[in-house]
Ligand binder design. Structure first.
Ligand code: ADP
Ligand code: NAG
Ligand code: NAG
Ligand code: NAG
Ligand code: MG
Length: 439
C-alpha cells in the first residue's frame, strides 16, 4: 500500500531543503540570499493571507468539522493515483482508512509552471515553494470560510515538515471528477441547465459572501469539479475578496479579450460591483454561451436568449441572473413552457402489464440512454407529441425514473418485441395509421 513515500514519488519531486514551511512564520527564517523581489512577493502574499485569516477568524468561520482528517490519516492513505494538476497544484486521489473512502489531496505542484517560472526567475527553491504554499494556504482559509454546496468541501489538512518540502502542506477535500465540457455538450438540455443554474447559485453566494464580494480571477471550467452530480468550484487560490481600488472611473475598466466594460469609482475608493460582474461575464463566456441555448425547449429559447444577452452585456448582476434562472426553472418544472396545441395522446392506445427488455432500439439525440431514445417529459401528452414527431416511434413507456427536476424519463421505441408481458409498466402504443385519419 503506498504511503507518503508514494505520494512523493508521484509528485516526482526531489526532496530539497530540510527547512520546513513555517505557517505565517517570520521571514527571517528564510536564508539571506532570497532575492529582494521574491521577498517582497512573499511578504505581499503573507499579508494577504494573514488578512484573510483574520477576517475569517473575526466572523467565527466554521473551522474544520469534528472528525476532520489530519496528518495521521494522510500517513495511512492507500491506492494513491493522480486526479489532476494545474499550474500551481497537483491533486491526488487516495483512500483513507478505515472504510476506504476516497478523497482528494492537494499539494504544491513542484513541476507546475507556477513554481518553474519562479525558479527560473529567482533560482531559490525554498522561496518559490513557499510562494506556492501560500496559494494553497489561502485556498484552505477560503474553503473553510465559505459554506455553500457550490464550493468543494474541505475534509481536513496536514502541515508536516517530515513529509518533505513538497508535501508539507496538504489539503484534503471531497473527491470530484473534472468538469468535461465536451461531454456536457452531449447531454440533454436539462442537465446543462442544471450546471448553469448551480453556477449562478454559486455566483450569487460569492457576490454576497460573508467575506465580501469574491471574484474568481482564474475562471475556467477546469477550476470546477462535479461531486455527486453537483458543480463545485475547487480552485480558490486565485481569488480577490476586495473590489479593485480606484481614484477615478478610468481605473475601473474590466477588460476581456472580446469586450471591455467601464465601472464607476465609488466614494470609498473601490470599483463597486466589479468582482460580481467579472464572474458573471466569465460565466457567460465559458458556460452559458455553450450550455444554455442549444436543444432548449422552444418556448424557453427567447427567455434564454434574454439571459445570454443580459449577462453578455453585463446588464444583470448576480441577483437578477439568479432570478431569471429561477423563472426558467419554474416554467420548466411546472410544464408552463409547453405550447398549447391539440394533444396527440388520443392517437395512442394504453396497454398495461408489461416489462421492458434492455435492448437496442432507435436512437435520438441527446438521449439519457445509449441503448435507445430516452427523453424526459412533463406528462404523457408531451411524450405523445414527441413520439408523433419521430417517424420511427411506435410506442413509448413512461419509466418510474425521473430527472432532477422531477420530470419523467420516457423510453421511445420502434420495436414491439422489446416489450414482454408480465410487468407493471404502462405502454402507449400508436394506433395504426388508418384509424388516425389523415396525418
Ligand atoms: N476535489 C477534487 N477532486 C478531483 N479532482 C480535483 C479536485 N480538485 C481539483 N481537481 C483537479 O485538479 C486540477 C488542479 O487543481 P486546481 O486546484 O485547479 O490547481 P491549480 O491551482 O494548479 O489550477 C483541477 O483542474 C481538477 O481537474
Ligand atoms: C444584446 O442585444 C442587443 C440588441 O439586439 C445587441 O445589440 C447586443 O449585441 C446583444 N448583446 C449580446 C451580448 O448578445
Ligand atoms: C442582492 O440580494 C441580496 C440578498 O437579498 C442583497 O443583500 C443585495 O444587496 C442584493 N444586491 C444587489 C446588487 O441588488
Ligand atoms: C426487433 O427486435 C428483435 C429482437 O430483439 C430483432 O430480431 C428485430 O430485428 C428487431 N426489429 C427491428 C425492426 O429492429
Ligand atoms: Mg486550477
Amino acid at each position: 500500500m503506498p504511503g507518503p513515500e508514494a505520494l512523493l514519488a508521484l509528485l516526482a519531486a526531489p526532496v530539497l531543503l530540510a527547512l520546513a514551511l513555517v505557517i505565517s512564520g517570520p521571514w527571517r527564517l528564510l536564508d539571506a540570499r532570497v532575492p529582494l523581489s521574491l521577498m517582497q512577493e512573499l511578504e505581499r502574499r503573507q499579508t494577504d493571507l494573514s488578512r484573510l485569516a483574520a477576517a475569517a477568524r473575526a466572523r467565527d468561520a466554521p473551522a474544520l468539522p469534528p472528525g476532520a482528517l489530519g496528518c495521521a490519516e494522510l500517513h495511512g492513505v492507500a491506492g494513491v493515483s493522480l486526479a489532476g494538476s494545474g499550474i500551481t497544484k497537483v491533486v491526488l486521489r487516495a483512500a483513507v482508512s478505515p472504510g476506504g473512502e476516497e478523497i482528494a489531496l492537494k499539494a504544491v505542484h513542484w513541476a507546475g509552471s507556477d513554481v518553474s517560472r519562479c525558479l527560473q526567475r529567482y533560482r531559490h527553491q525554498e522561496g518559490c515553494y513557499r510562494l506556492a504554499s501560500y496559494k494553497l494556504l489561502k485556498e484552505a482559509v477560503l474553503l473553510q470560510s465559505l459554506d455553500h454546496p457550490g464550493v468543494v468541501k474541505m475534509r481536513g489538512q496536514c502541515y508536516d515538515r517530515r513529509l518533505g518540502l513538497e508535501m508539507n502542506v496538504v489539503t484534503m477535500l471531497e473527491l470530484g471528477t473534472p468538469l468535461e465540457m465536451i461531454r456536457l455538450l452531449q447531454t440533454p438540455w436539462e442537465e446543462r441547465f442544471k450546471i448553469c443554474l448551480e453556477l449562478v447559485e454559486l455566483l450569487y453566494y460569492l457576490a454576497n459572501s460573508p467575506l465580501g464580494s469574491i471574484a474568481l480571477l482564474d475562471f475556467q471550467p477546469r477550476q470546477f469539479v462535479i461531486v455527486n452530480g453537483l458543480l463545485k468550484v475547487t480552485d480558490l487560490d486565485d481569488v480577490s475578496t476586495e473590489e479593485l481600488p480606484c481614484k477615478a472611473d478610468e481605473d475601473c475598466a474590466l477588460e476581456f479579450p472580446t469586450k471591455s466594460f467601464a465601472f464607476q469609482c465609488a466614494a470609498h475608493g473601490k470599483c463597486e460591483g466589479i468582482n460580481e460582474k467579472r464572474n458573471l461575464f466569465n460565466a457567460y463566456r465559458y458556460f452559458f454561451m455553450y450550455l444554455l441555448p442549444h436543444t432548449a425547449p422552444f418556448t424557453l429559447q427567447p427567455i434564454l436568449a434574454g439571459i445570454l444577452n443580459a449577462t453578455g452585456d453585463l446588464r444583470y448582476g448576480a441577483n437578477e441572473t439568479l432570478r431569471a434562472f429561477q423563472k426558467v426553472l419554474h416554467l420548466y418544472k411546472s410544464g408552463l413552457y409547453l405550447q398549447k396545441k391539440p394533444s396527440h395522446l388520443k392517437e395512442y392506445i394504453v396497454l398495461k402489464g408489461f416489462r421492458n427488455k434492455d435492448t437496442e432500439d432507435y436512437k435520438c439525440w441527446p438521449s439519457y440512454s445509449h441503448l435507445g431514445c430516452m427523453i424526459s417529459v412533463h406528462n404523457a401528452e408531451e411524450a405523445a407529441d414527441i413520439c408523433s414527431s419521430h417517424p420511427q416511434c411506435h410506442h413509448f413507456i413512461i419509466t418510474p425514473r425521473s430527472t432532477w427536476t422531477g420530470r419523467l424519463l420516457t423510453l421511445f421505441q420502434s420495436n414491439l418485441t422489446d416489450l414482454i408481458p408480465g410487468g407493471n409498466m404502462v405502454v402507449y402504443v400508436k394506433r395504426p395509421t388508418a384509424s388516425r385519419g389523415f396525418l
